[in-house]
Ligand binder design. Structure first.
Ligand code: PLP
Length: 437
């Protein structure tokens, strides 16, 4: 596809051609290919603070932040220094290390989990949490919500069957029907559907997994009390409640989404998954929760789980340094920057008569190109995608890098200073006008 960009993108285009010759679609994760918006994906050469520089030398304010992890911005000097020191001590030993203990202590101190196990990706975290839930309960069925993404775990790449409370079908070729057939997919924020599924299958349900606040269909906050209801109905039915905080963890607030609801309302998930921010830009993720449940994990218990690079000393050093620097001031800054951008986006789109809804949970937000609030995936799917595409490209042309899909959260960092924010604000009128055209 040719780029509609007015920027010089020849070097990115040439690299994309080379990449496509050796890698499916030219990318190592699908959304990077710009398929939803068209045009040439930008190959990024370097990043510093709030800014990305591509191989053609174009600079962009980054509103993706590596899809969440870069809470402190890119190449933060203290994180870099800690990583450099860790690298100098060797990069992987396959033994227990100091930083993994310290990172585990930091996570336990900040969240509801009593014990935590490190893995290398969010996908591994959710996959392992589900295995543990099945091993702990001796049951097989998993309940999830449409529009919640938990990584590319077979059982979670499932689509709703026909009708409420029916077993699911594979969401992609390659997922066995037998795997999807142990999953139930329900509409998000729908207590009636959850109650019906438990009424039908309650004594077979191992766990219910939900994004603590969905960010993968755009940001769709849980209705007040929804997560508490899920925790309770799981408890009543002997199933485990898994809160997926891979995206929201240490991002929506200092304590993740749980800091915004569970900590206030007085309930805790049985298991929680983490990733993104806690890896400080390196491949690190985790799952954790109740000590009695985690005790079922090998080598303490019978449920097998392992990883050659799990708890890697460089990755855990990056994560630990990031979390130690992620003070209340960091979240306050991101929150204030978000407010400025949200209200400017709303003004610009309103001025051009472009239907839009901005939704947020804590410091995380997204913009839906439709005119009514979104509470589930069906409603998220009613967006004006061509309007978003026009908006996205107009922003990109003016040096603002938004997610190349209308179904994603926008991410900020503590490095988004006045200059970066001003560049976003300056780009909005023309982008809103393009969206209206
Ligand atoms: N869970 C959630 C909520 C996510 O947002 C993601 C990734 O975006 C994952 C799990 C999977 O994480 P990873 O891409 O590290 O495998």
């Amino acid at each position: 596809m040719t780029s509609p960009s007015s920027l010089q993108t020849d070097a990115s285009a040439a690299l994309f051609d080379r990449a496509r010759a050796v890698t499916p679609g030219g990318v190592n994760s699908p959304v990077r290919a710009f398929n939803a918006v068209g045009g040439t994906p930008r190959f990024i050469r370097s990043a510093k603070g709030a800014w990305l520089t591509d191989v053609d030398g174009n600079e962009y304010v980054d509103l993706i932040c590596s899809w969440g992890p870069m809470l402190l911005g890119h190449a933060h000097p203290e994180v870099q220094a800690a990583v450099a020191e860790a690298v100098a001590r060797g990069t992987s030993y396959g033994t227990p290390t100091v930083p993994e203990v310290e990172l585990a202590e930091e996570i336990v101190a900040r969240t509801a989990v009593e014990k935590v196990r490190f893995v290398s990706s969010g996908t591994e975290a959710t996959m392992s949490a589900i295995r543990l839930a099945r091993g702990f309960t001796g049951r097989e069925i998993v309940i999830k919500f449409a529009g919640c993404y938990h990584g590319h775990v077979d059982a979670l790449l499932a689509s709703a069957g026909s009708g409420l409370a029916t077993l699911a079908v594979p969401g992609t070729p390659g997922v066995p029907a037998s795997s999807a057939g142990l999953t139930i997919v329900l509409p998000y924020n729908d207590k009636v559907a959850v109650a019906a599924a438990f009424a039908e299958f309650g004594d077979r349900v191992a766990c219910l997994i939900t994004e603590a606040a969905p960010g993968n269909m755009g940001v769709v906050p849980p209705a007040p009390g929804f997560n508490a209801f899920l925790a309770q109905i799981c408890r009543e039915n002997g199933a485990l409640f898994i809160s997926d905080e891979v995206m929201t963890g240490f991002r929506a607030s200092r304590q993740g989404q749980w800091g915004l609801d569970g900590a206030v309302e007085g309930w805790v998930p049985d298991l929680t998954t983490f990733g993104k921010v806690m890896g400080g830009g390196f491949p690190a993720a985790a799952f954790g929760g109740r000590a009695d449940v985690m005790a079922h994990l090998s080598p303490e218990g019978p449920v097998y789980q392992a990883g050659t690079l799990a708890g890697n000393p460089v990755a855990t050093t990056a994560g630990l340094t990031t979390l130690r620097l992620a003070t209340d001031e960091v979240y306050d800054h991101i929150s204030a920057a978000g407010e400025t951008i949200k209200s400017a986006v709303a003004d610009a789109l309103a001025k051009e008569g472009v239907p839009h809804v901005i939704q947020a949970t804590g410091t995380m937000f997204s913009v839906f190109f439709k005119d009514a609030a979104v509470s589930n995936f069906a409603e998220a799917s009613e967006q004006d995608l061509p309007a978003y595409t026009a908006f996205f490209h107009a922003m990109l042309d003016q040096g603002v890098y938004l997610p190349p899909s209308a179904y994603e959260a926008w991410f900020l960092s503590s490095a988004h200073d006045d200059r970066a924010i001003q560049q976003v604000l300056d780009a909005l009128p023309a982008a809103a006008s393009a969206a209206a055209a």
